[in-house]
Design a protein around this ligand. Structure first.
Ligand code: MLT
Length: 297
């Protein structure tokens, strides 16, 4: 039995394969080379760098499992895999705390000009008077999508003394001190908005939604690139429709929109939401255990 760990795996995860007597290859292959190599493996495990297409699934004539070390499985053609009876495994929840903490990293950065201060200080400037910011305490946090990550985000907001509004297409049944509202009410009333929804055919936040927000609102997207329409966002930032945006995920990864990246009203990170040693360890262990169990069936 042999698995391809195309986007790497934590040491703890590797040890689980070793203990189970499953061999692994942790090199990264792409394009034709990946199509050629995949036929020798019983399973493939990826993070976000590899897209497991229909073509790869067809070339993987020995594939018995496809695994995503993370939550979102949008980079795997899971519908096609299911049609061929190949299970797609993932680790929902294992990296939620890391993502939620990054959301607040962006909120604090936006509200307090942290990276702008550093950038301009490095140029020899001292712009204290330009960098008057806002506290989060006492403000309204809007959490769109009340799954695992949304709930942790709401919890951090409550701990900071924020009032929390929540919206989800599903019924929200929670004993947390949050007010369940419509999408419109959330967008209208929130000072800080964090999006936790999967990528759908059309952006969840476009021109219309941005116009519903307060001019002073800060919007953070640590969910998936494309959930916020980047063209509409740029226009909104340039025209003062909202105050700022924190983006960890991008429509075109790993080549994000450079105008947005450099924009003074944007706090930018390179899809590092789940990239903590803590989350990588948890994810590595959980996904390796799931894959071993599947391959040993
Ligand atoms: C996830 O879906 O869990 C994250 O996007 C993981 C990653 O960083 O690849």
């Amino acid at each position: 039995m042999k698995v391809l760990l195309n986007d790497g795996l934590s040491q703890n995860g590797l040890e689980i394969f070793e203990k189970a007597g499953i061999k692994y290859d942790k090199n990264h292959y792409e394009g034709d080379e990946l199509l050629e190599k995949i036929k020798h493996f019983d399973g493939i495990l990826v993070r976000s760098a590899t897209t497991v297409t229909k073509e790869i699934i067809d070339a993987g004539i020995n594939l018995k499992a496809i695994a995503r070390a993370g939550t979102g499985i949008d980079n795997i053609d899971h519908v096609y895999a299911a049609s061929k009876g190949i299970p797609v495994l993932n680790t929902p929840g294992a990296n939620s705390a890391s993502v939620s903490e990054l959301v607040f990293g962006h909120f604090f950065n936006l509200a307090r000009y942290i990276s702008e201060s550093k950038r301009t200080m490095a140029l020899g400037e001292w712009n204290k008077n330009q960098y008057k910011g806002y506290e989060l305490a006492g403000k309204t946090l809007g959490v769109v999508g009340f799954g695992r990550i949304g709930k942790i985000t709401a919890g951090i907001g409550l701990a900071l003394g924020m009032k929390v509004l929540a919206y989800d297409v599903m019924n929200i049944n929670s004993d947390m001190n949050v007010k369940v509202v419509s999408k419109e009410q959330l967008l209208n009333e929130s000072d800080f908005i964090s999006i936790h929804v999967p990528k759908l055919d059309k952006p969840f936040i476009g021109t219309e939604e941005l116009k519903m927000m307060k001019k002073s609102a800060f919007l953070v997207n640590c969910s998936r690139g494309g959930v916020v329409d980047e063209t509409a966002l740029l226009e909104a930032l340039n025209n003062g429709i909202i105050a700022g945006a924190g983006l960890d995920v991008w429509e075109n990864e790993p080549h994000p929109n450079s105008v947005l990246v450099k924009h003074p009203k944007v706090s930018a990170t390179c899809h590092i939401g789940a990239n903590t040693y803590d989350a990588l360890d948890r994810v590595g262990i959980e996904i390796a255990e799931k894959m071993v169990a599947e391959l040993m069936k």
